[in-house]
Design a protein around this ligand. Structure first.
Ligand code: AKB
Length: 316
């Protein structure tokens, strides 16, 4: 990877991935793009930045060509809860954006990464220790987009020889850029509210387990997979990866180890709860471990400690 072109660069993953990749590959070798420009954002200030709406395939191609991209990291997408509210918009952005990014990669012969998600599973998927290769019949628009995306990326690999790679991310937790419109976002909001008000009302019900991961592990996973020897990859789109699985009471109990009086109650959102219930309790990441050495450093305890320290440093 010498010239990396990133879409959705100001989003939850992009804003940290771009900075990390600029550290590793050099500021000028990571071109950040997003639908909006935020002048004082470190991603905009520290290296090349372009405005790009991913549904505009011609502009994407022009920009990637102008910057001589050899790798495309396609992150721009709507998350699960937003997609459920506006399914057609989600189809247009998630699928339209992906096909434009794949076509750009194909015409410029780029390596390609895009994330899938635990959302690619559905109610008929085995719930515990969900295998890499299993039933994928999601019941959300986001899930339909993610399964279609996995298949499309596989198709580009088999049909055109495009070097496509991807992971199924669990809920991602970070202190830099808040996620927007996801089902797992409660596990980020809870830390902000614990510090701000000492209490949190969870929209996800007690006892609902979902996989999660701290952002540093997610960033390392992307870089490690993109650097992996292609001859070792039996799967490509997309690898199950996870760092932990918990339910709301467990994250609250972990926060109480640092904020003794932290209180949590529930006001369950039926839409996001139904999405969460259709996803696995925990997934099996053996294929990622065996094929490219995936490893997560943070468990719930280590992540909670770091999140609270970092958010306090930010003045939360
Ligand atoms: C969401 O909740 O929509 C995302 C995801 C698990 O893909 N965080």
């Amino acid at each position: 990877m010498k010239k990396i072109f990133v879409t959705g660069a100001l989003g939850q993953i992009g804003s940290e991935l771009v900075m990390k990749m600029r550290d590793v590959y050099g500021n000028n070798n990571v071109v950040a793009t997003d639908i909006r420009r935020v002048e004082d954002h470190e991603v905009v200030q520290s290296g090349p930045f372009e405005i790009l709406d991913v549904t505009d395939g011609k502009k994407m191609h022009e920009l990637a060509q102008k910057h001589k991209a050899d790798t495309i990291i396609h992150l721009a997408a709507l998350l699960s809860a937003t997609a459920e509210k506006n399914p057609m918009l989600a189809w247009n952005i998630n699928m339209g954006g992906l096909v434009n990014a794949l076509e750009t990669a194909r015409s410029l012969d780029c390596k390609f990464f895009t994330p899938s998600s635990i959302g690619a599973f559905g109610p008929s998927t085995p719930k515990d220790n969900t295998p890499q290769d299993t039933i994928q019949r999601p019941t959300t628009m986001y899930g339909v987009n993610k399964v279609s995306g996995e298949l499309l990326c596989d198709y580009y690999f088999h049909k055109f020889g495009l070097d496509t790679r991807g992971v199924r991310f669990p809920g991602l937790i970070s202190y830099v850029t808040p996620p927007g419109g996801g089902t797992t976002d409660y596990a980020v909001d809870i830390y902000y509210e614990a510090l701000k008000s000492g209490k949190y009302t969870s929209y996800i019900a007690k006892g609902t387990y979902m996989d999660m991961m701290y952002m540093p592990d997610a960033l390392n996973a992307i870089i490690k997979l993109m650097e992996a020897d292609p001859s070792k990859l039996k799967h490509r789109n997309a690898f199950n990866i996870t760092a932990m699985s918990f339910e709301p009471e467990q994250i609250a109990a972990e926060i109480r180890k640092h904020i003794k009086d932290f209180k949590m109650d529930y006001d369950v959102d039926p839409v996001r709860q139904a999405i969460a219930e259709s996803w696995p309790n925990s997934i099996d990441s053996t294929a990622a471990v065996e094929e490219w050495g995936f490893k997560a450093e943070y468990d719930l305890a280590k992540m909670t400690e770091d999140m609270l320290i970092k958010l306090k440093e930010k003045g939360i």
